[in-house]
Ligand binder design. Sequence first.
Ligand code: ADP
Ligand code: MG
Length: 279
Amino acid sequence: MTAHVDTLLEALPYIKEFHGRTVVIKYGGAAMREEALREDFARDVVLLKYVGLNPVIVHGGGPEISEHMDRLGMEVRFHEGLRVSDAETVEVAKMVLLGKLNSDIVQRLNRHGQPAVGLSGEDGTLFEVTPVANAEQVGFVGSVDRVDVDVLNHIAADYIPVIASAASDRGGQSYNVNADEAAGKVAAALGAHKAIFLTDVAGWLANPEDEESLISRATVAEVSERLAEVGGGMRPKLGACVDAIQGGAQSAHIIDGRRPHSLLLELFTDAGIGTMVTP
Ligand code: ADP
Ligand code: MG
């Protein structure tokens, strides 16, 4: 019994600190793939809202998009962590992100007792995108130049915003947007207190082959210095941590989404999990 009370007491200073604060949560990786983890995630986010935080969800859908492309006989390719996207790929990505994944997250949050609103970069002109620098290699991948938080502030007053990482430019061309990048930019634009990235590894690893090589803390300067040597999906994630902090977040965290309730453990316990990036 006292163990349960201790847990609650341990959480108290964190609940006080976070009350009324905005936390941007990038949802992806393992936590999005398994039914039990999807339910845990939804329940955790609902709990955050009930204890007075202001959670904002940003999600991608990498594996699920690849799976649908496979089914349609389309070739799946990545270049430096970005999905190589022709017009058809962007169309499938958008269908999966909005029609399936976004709607699934919204529905779960609703069901657990906190109404959510799904949106993408197009809604309320949330994201202004232009083609990424290496568009010649990757096609219609957009880089987020500006986040118009007006629509988010309206929604977040009453609902949990759930943002799919898709957007279009002024000419109406649709783009794929890396969800980590989008989450970092959203956190910066909102002046979020924290940004948390759920992924399918323990965190940033010094050696990507060795799960024991977790880097548990790093400053923005240390991340920036080593960013060029980081590959795959970890590079945009670390870049997003830097964006969030430069926008005023006190810390950004990359945590293991395979672990049930990793979000609550990170926010409300003294145990440091994953990688914490600080100014
Ligand atoms: P998501 O964005 O859904 O969390 P990604 O696949 O985009 O998933 O990014 C996480 C992946 O980055 C890991 O599964 C791993 O394969 C890859 N990666 C590359 N370098 C590193 C590194 N140094 N540390 C951790 N993961 C790394
Ligand atoms: Mg990724």
